[in-house]
Structures are given as structure tokens and as C-alpha cells.
Design a binder for this molecule. Structure first.
Ligand SMILES: Nc1ncnc2c1ncn2[C@@H]1O[C@H](COP(=O)(O)OP(=O)(O)OP(=O)(O)O)[C@@H](O)[C@H]1O
Ligand SMILES: [Mg+2]
Length: 378
């Protein structure tokens, strides 16, 4: 039997829970062509959310095409354009023939190459090295959504996952300027840009002197609430003929601080261990401990990559410390001088270990790591 919990993959259909408000907001924005930026720490469900809205819209509204591009693996501008063109043409065509004729129709000047893989039956568009020298081609690809919108008579929503990656390109600012100058002229297209590097994304979208300042609505995606988890976990157990009390469902969510990925992962372990019909407290505890055990090698590696002060800083964060520059805290955690704190914060942020929430509250991003560093490492 398939397990009723999934993690590390997009959550869809019966695996997707709640997010009613977010789905509604995004659907409205897409329908009204309002640009939207979604920010959350890793593994909180951005991709699943956008995918959900995209699926719902394509069922309900034939006047809209939603195109999803993941630029996680794009290290250069050229790779961005290739991924972008591929995603757009794949969304707007249904079969190989349609894809090939669209490539010819829209991009023939860019000497495109289309290849098909026999094994996976997928096809890919690529460009020769000339792309780099032919600046015109960039414009052509960036305007492709608007051209497709005009040709198909549909509105187009372009969703770009891991958008912060554009900061790794050779000249990110020039690239942002170029994107914006094209995108702001598009009238039948809107953009949904999302990623997990909160500070990088806020720099792009919230700094007055940056090209994307006030480009669209910014949505800070939250975790899934405890109540929703309880309903979801209870139902998924029941669907597969197993019983878990609401109290234990809440316990699972609490242990993982409602973190979407980890809550599902712990659920899976608990579900697998529930061999009779009824889940017990002991099962939840054993599953949690075993999961932390599995992760501890990974966490040890993280610790090995840090300086003693950086580790102390994380310990202070794990303890819920608020005022890091106070003398008491500096001494208790041996953090050095208060001038150090800024660097410690920056390093932890860059390593994705902490998140700074509104009100300057600092939190460890990973609830399992938080438990481990407090209870096992110490
Ligand atoms: N709406 C949801 N309902 C249930 N589980 C969810 C939901 N959204 C996310 N999850 C859980 O969280 C995991 C991560 O989701 P997803 O990949 O969408 O997050 P992400 O924010 O895009 O992550 P990353 O920043 O790593 O790209 C999923 O595999 C699933 O276990
Ligand atoms: Mg994602």
C-alpha cells in the first residue's frame, strides 16, 4: 500500500491540505493579472501551492495558461532563457508536433535545436552558443509570453520558482533591469516569482532603488496550522484503516512545530510503525527519536562546518533568546562582543540556518535541528 504521507515531492490532490486563503488569493491575483511574490523558508510549500493553483485554474478557466519554470539549476543567463523558452512552449502546446512548430514559428531566428529523448519521451529545446552574442534573442525570449498571449487569445501567468537564483548570474542588476523593462510592458501576462531566500528577495522587491521595487503583492507564506494538521493526519490515517487520536495528531504537529515537510515525514514514520489499528503515544515518541537519529549525521556535519561562536549563537537562538547584545547573553553563550552579533547573524542567515521573522524575532529554520542541538548535541 502507498503511504498516505509524502515529503520531498510536490504535495497535490489528497496530499495537499488547507491553504484555502492562499489558494484564493493567488487565484484572484492570477485571474486579475496581478504580479505576486511568494516568500517562505525552504520546505514550507511554495511549489506545492503554486502547482495547486495552477492545476485548479487550468481545470476551471480555459482562458488562462499557467506556466511554471524552475530556475534552480540555471547558473547563467543563457540557461535561464533556455529553461524559460522550454517551459513556455511546453505549456502552450500539447504534443511534440505542436512544440516543434511553435519553436519554428516563434524562435526560428535563434537557430534552435530540438532534441527528443527516446527513453523518457521528453523533448527539449536548446540554443547554440550564438545565443550569448545575439542580444536580440534575449528580447525575443522575454517577450514570448506576451506574443503567445496575443496569438492564443489567453492570459498567461508565468511562475518562476527559486527566483533568488538570478542573483548568481554575472550581472544581476543589469539582468533585473532587463527583465523589468520587458515585463512592465506586458499587458496580458503576469508574473509570480517565489523562493526561499527571504533577505535576497526582499532586497530585490522591497528596496527603493532596485528595478523590481513594488513589482507586485508580496505574500509571506506561513506554515500550516496545528488545527489543519490534526484534521489532515486524522483523515489520512482513517483513509488507510488506521486510527490515531486527535491528541496524538497534535503531538506530531507540535514536535515538528507545524513545519510542512517534517510534519509529513514524522507522520509517515508514525504511520509505518502503527502496525495494529491504533496508534499510541509510544509509537509517536519512538518514531520521533528514530527520525532525529537518522538526521543526526547530517546535523553533525552542519556543526562541523561552524566556528565555536557560530554554534553558541545557534544554541542561544534555540533557547529563544531575544536580546543578543545584552551582557548577560553575551557571557552566558560566550558570544564575544556585541559587535560580533551582526556577523554571527549574517553567517547563520547565509547558511539558511535561521530565519528573521517580523519584529526581529530569530528562529532556527529547522525544527528537528533545533531539538537536536538543544537536547542531544548539548
Ligand atoms: N499544502 C500542503 N499540504 C500538505 N503538505 C504540504 C503542503 N505543502 C507542502 N507540504 C509538505 O512540504 C513539502 C515541501 O513542499 P514544497 O516542495 O512545495 O515546498 P517549497 O517551499 O517549494 O520548498 P523548497 O524551498 O525546498 O523549494 C512537501 O513535500 C510536503 O511534504
Ligand atoms: Mg520549491
Amino acid at each position: 500500500m502507498d503511504t498516505p504521507f509524502i515529503y520531498g515531492r510536490i504535495a497535490d490532490k489528497e496530499n495537499f491540505t488547507n491553504r484555502v486563503n492562499e489558494v484564493e488569493l493567488l487565484t484572484q491575483n492570477f485571474n486579475s493579472l496581478i504580479n505576486t511574490i511568494i516568500i517562505s523558508p525552504r520546505r514550507w510549500g511554495k511549489t506545492s501551492l503554486v502547482n495547486r493553483v495552477s492545476n485548479l485554474l487550468s481545470e476551471k478557466n480555459k482562458e488562462i495558461l499557467v506556466c511554471q519554470v524552475d530556475i534552480f539549476n540555471c547558473r547563467t543567463e543563457e540557461q535561464f532563457y533556455t529553461a524559460y523558452a522550454n517551459a513556455l512552449l511546453k505549456t502552450s502546446t500539447t504534443a511534440w508536433e505542436g512544440f516543434v512548430s511553435s519553436v519554428k514559428k516563434y524562435l526560428s531566428r535563434l537557430a534552435p535545436i530540438v532534441s527528443i529523448s527516446d527513453a523518457s519521451q521528453t523533448y527539449e529545446l536548446s540554443f547554440g552558443v550564438e545565443l550569448k552574442d545575439n542580444k536580440l534573442s534575449y528580447d525575443e525570449i522575454l517577450d514570448l509570453p506576451e506574443v503567445l498571449a496575443a496569438d492564443t487569445g489567453k492570459k498567461i501567468v508565468v511562475c518562476i520558482d527559486e527566483f533568488q537564483n538570478i542573483n548568481e548570474y554575472d550581472n544581476p542588476l543589469a539582468f533585473q533591469r532587463k527583465l523589468r523593462s520587458h515585463w512592465q510592458r506586458h499587458t496580458s501576462v503576469c508574473y509570480c516569482l517565489y523562493g526561499s531566500k527571504r533577505h535576497m528577495l526582499l532586497d530585490i522587491f522591497n528596496s527603493y532603488n532596485m528595478p523590481f521595487y513594488k513589482f507586485g503583492d508580496i505574500l509571506f507564506l506561513q506554515k500550516i496550522s496545528r488545527e489543519e494538521w490534526i484534521k489532515f493526519i486524522f483523515k489520512r490515517f482513517a483513509d488507510t484503516g488506521k486510527y490515531i487520536s486527535e491528541e496524538l495528531c497534535g503531538e506530531i504537529a507540535d514536535k515538528m512545530k507545524n513545519h510542512p515537510y517534517y510534519t509529513q515525514q514524522l507522520c509517515q514514520q508514525v504511520w509505518l510503525r502503527t502496525t495494529s489499528e491504533k496508534c499510541t503515544n509510544e509509537i509517536v515518541t519512538a518514531a520521533f527519536e528514530s527520525l532525529i537519529g537518522q538526521l543526526s549525521l547530517l546535523f553533525t556535519n552542519i556543526i562541523d562546518s561552524l566556528t565555536p561562536k557560530q554554534i553558541n549563537f545557534l544554541l542561544a537562538v534555540a533557547d529563544g533568546t531575544v536580546n543578543f547584545s545584552s551582557k548577560e547573553v553575551l557571557t552566558k553563550y560566550q558570544l564575544g562582543t556585541s559587535a560580533n552579533i551582526k556577523n554571527l547573524k549574517k553567517a547563520a542567515l547565509e547558511k539558511d540556518l535561521i530565519d528573521i521573522l517580523p519584529g526581529n524575532v530569530i528562529e532556527l529554520q529547522d525544527p528537528a535541528f533545533e531539538y537536536w542541538i538543544k537536547n542531544i548535541y548539548k
